[in-house]
Write a protein that binds this ligand. Structure first.
Ligand SMILES: Cc1ncc(COP(=O)(O)O)c(C=O)c1O
Length: 419
């Protein structure tokens, strides 16, 4: 098919040309004396993305799932109790991993479409006077349902109950796209992957650990080898890895962090919010419902859209892909067929997203869903026009008040220009 594939799954996301070029390298010796000049600054720069000064960043040649495993295995022991809310596919999978690793998980089941229940976490922590709960597992952005939860509120709940449990946060689809403040929110282990807000291919599992989390390493008895913080710390201290790292990914990471910091993290978050809000306006114009049940849970990185009764979301996705080369996110597990998802994170702007929204409209019409073509596009266009930043005056100097377009009245325009 000619033209580009329109990639609107919530990860992997578009890899910017700058990052692709940075990754296009001949391989090098990862034990050379030059290598630390690549690796060492990355650990410090990553801390800016996580907003931590005191934490330590770990880069594993893995994915978000590996980063989950690293966070659990380096801080906990078999049989330790942890508490976790389950409200979508990814919070479910983290719980499943914890159980398979031999942890005792208290599960807070929540309707899919709602966010993490901070009050229920708080009740359970308050009731746990013996402090048997060693860690709180908290999914910041549940990618399966397009729901963002309140990490700061979770920290307050831990503080209010004076509970010493670690706060572990899955930020795979939030970090570098949605406001995240590791130090301010007292997060002990923050987990992400490379293929979402960091605008890279999948291939890195990244964890930032607080000093409190690092101090538990010696007493944590879960087995760990590949994800061992101790091995990593020893090698990273001199700018190396305990095994062969992925060089292109490290070069790409250097470039993508550079791009994020150039744009400014607050601007990155604001851009994601605007793009998400325009998408939500489109959904409203179609007369469809979001999976997220309340505005406080709306995700700025992924919008999950319920298809009307009698329709199958998987069909919309299939038609969009085969007819229009548009990739949308599927409904996962119990949401299979009930929804489709538009990922709007990473290297993205309004016009790219309009292409995705237009394709969604066409695919929905093709499978028989009664939406009016152009309605969602127009709603998003209107929102983005009305919230666009002022034109840069340096690029577009204001015209003199009486100046007219040159072609219409050449004399007047010339006179105006001579002032
Ligand atoms: C919120 C969340 N957590 C964890 C994961 C697992 O990450 P990975 O697929 O990189 O292992 C994903 C993947 O999409 C995710 O969205």
């Amino acid at each position: 098919m000619a033209g580009r594939n329109f990639l609107f799954v919530p990860g992997p996301t578009n890899v910017p040309d700058r990052v692709l070029r940075a990754m296009h390298r001949a391989m090098e010796d990862h034990r050379s004396s030059d290598f630390p000049s690549l690796a060492t600054p990355l650990f410090e720069e990553l801390k800016k993305i996580f907003k931590t000064r005191s934490g330590q960043a770990f880069i594993f040649p893995a994915s978000g799932t590996g980063a989950w495993e690293a966070s659990l295995s380096n801080t906990l022991s078999p049989g330790d109790k942890v508490i976790a809310a389950r409200f979508g596919m990814f919070s479910h999978l983290w719980i499943d991993m914890a159980q398979r690793m031999g942890l005792d998980v208290e599960i807070l089941d929540v309707e899919w479409g709602e966010g993490a229940p901070v009050e229920r976490y708080q009740e359970a922590l308050a009731a746990d006077r013996a402090h048997r709960i060693k860690a709180v597992l908290f999914t910041h952005n549940e990618t399966a349902t397009g729901v963002t939860s309140d990490v700061a509120g979770m920290r307050r709940a831990l503080n209010d109950t004076r509970h010493p449990a670690l706060l572990m946060v899955d930020g795979v689809s939030s970090i570098a796209s949605i406001d995240f403040r590791m130090d301010e929110w007292g997060v002990d282990l923050a987990v992400t992957g490379s293929q979402k807000g960091l605008m890279l291919p999948a291939g890195l599992g990244i964890v930032c650990a607080s000093q409190k989390a690092l101090a538990l390493y010696d007493q944590a008895k879960l087995p760990r080898v590949f994800f061992d913080f101790g091995d990593m710390r020893k090698a990273n201290a001199s700018g190396y890895f305990p095994y062969t790292p992925s060089l292109p990914m490290l070069y790409g990471l250097r470039e993508s962090i550079g791009m994020l910091l150039e744009e400014g993290l607050d601007n990155v978050f604001a851009r994601h919010h605007r793009l998400a809000e325009g998408t939500r306006r489109a959904v409203k114009a179609w007369g469809l419902e979001l999976c997220a049940r309340a505005p406080k849970w709306h995700s700025d990185t992924v919008t999950a859209i319920m298809v009307p009764a009698g329709f199958n979301g998987a069909e919309v996705i299939d038609v969009a892909y085969r007819r229009y080369d548009l990739a949308l996110g599927a409904g996962l597990a119990r949401m299979a067929g009930k929804l489709f998802r538009i990922g709007h994170l990473g290297d993205l702007n309004e016009l790219m997203l309009l292409g995705g929204i237009a394709g969604v409209e066409m695919a929905m019409r093709d499978v028989g869903i009664k939406v009016e073509l152009g309605k969602g596009v127009a709603a998003a266009q209107e929102y983005w026009r009305s919230t666009a930043s002022p034109l840069d005056q340096r690029d577009f100097p204001p015209r003199a008040p009486d100046a007219q377009p040159a072609a219409a009245t050449p004399k007047k325009a010339a006179a105006g220009a001579s002032r």
